[in-house]
Write a protein that binds this ligand. Sequence first.
Ligand SMILES: Nc1ncnc2c1ncn2[C@@H]1O[C@H](COP(=O)(O)OP(=O)(O)OP(=O)(O)O)[C@@H](O)[C@H]1O
Ligand SMILES: [Mg+2]
Length: 324
Amino acid sequence: MSVIIPVAGGKGGVGKSVLSLNLSVALASQCKQTILCDLDFGGANLHTMLGLKNNQNGLGHYINKLVSDIPSLVQSTGIPNLHFIAGDCLFPGVANMDFFTKQKIIRELQKLECDYLILDLGAGSTHNVVDFFLVVDNGIIVVTPEITSILNAYSFLKSVVYRFCYRQFAPKSAGRQILHNSILQRLEGKDFSFHQIMQVIETTLPGEGYECLKGMQQLKPRIIMNMGRNIQNSEMGKRLQQLAQNKLSIDLDFIGYLPYDECIQYSIAQRQPAAVLYPQSLFAQSLIPVSKRIISAQTTASRLHDAPEDFDDIVKEFYSQHGN
Ligand SMILES: Nc1ncnc2c1ncn2[C@@H]1O[C@H](COP(=O)(O)OP(=O)(O)OP(=O)(O)O)[C@@H](O)[C@H]1O
Ligand SMILES: [Mg+2]
């Protein structure tokens, strides 16, 4: 079975696709069989970044029942160990697929034979994006050091935690109802933390609130800051970490800091990944420790006992090596 890594971000244009693509190249170059899958329905563009024509079957064909299995969609990229599954292939309406189709895609993706399966997700916090993100408990969220990106990432995380808790309770159960009502009250300005909501559930349904809280501790989204500009950027990361802890009762694991680097624009214009065209660039070099961290997280005995990386340390280390 493969290690699945969904890549989301809440906000558009923060570098989800650039990261998904170049991280896949970095993993492939370390001899890991990697499949990069374009799940940004309505905004699929990885084929362009890979220099591939958009005339092969992709998930759009599967969703429209023109092909019956997902393994047949895997195409080669010309890059050793890196394979690709195209997205909507210009079929309209694919992003609005029903629940059962989404579940079927998830089950099929989980069966794919490879070491790493990278899922490039669309912007926003729709159920479909959140459900693909929740295929694992440690998906990657890409942020930039801008307040809009940080707030959108927080919104996305809130949707993730809500959806996670919602699925812990049976349909039409009292637990689901209390959760739903608390969120509605939140919208009216009473800003309960998820911890407080679970305490309310616990009072009414002993055992169930704490059980859900226990489940939430398994959620450990990983954060990568992209388009970094200076050492002060660590403040933005800390802000997101505090919001997640105080309001959502979850810990975030910062795993990387990638600089703003013009080689990205050049590589997109040349339709090849930066990690292939400019392996010595600051961006490609900064991605290597991230990919190593990802590989070692899977090989250490228990990820849950690892201390989360300190974002400040990651940013300081970057600037001590590369200057400000
Ligand atoms: N580290 C970087 N340095 C410089 N430019 C970057 C970097 N990362 C991304 N970009 C620029 O940002 C643009 C958007 O990146 P990308 O398409 O990966 O974002 P996205 O989050 O996938 O967007 P969407 O939500 O539209 O799918 C790229 O076209 C590129 O020009
Ligand atoms: Mg994208």
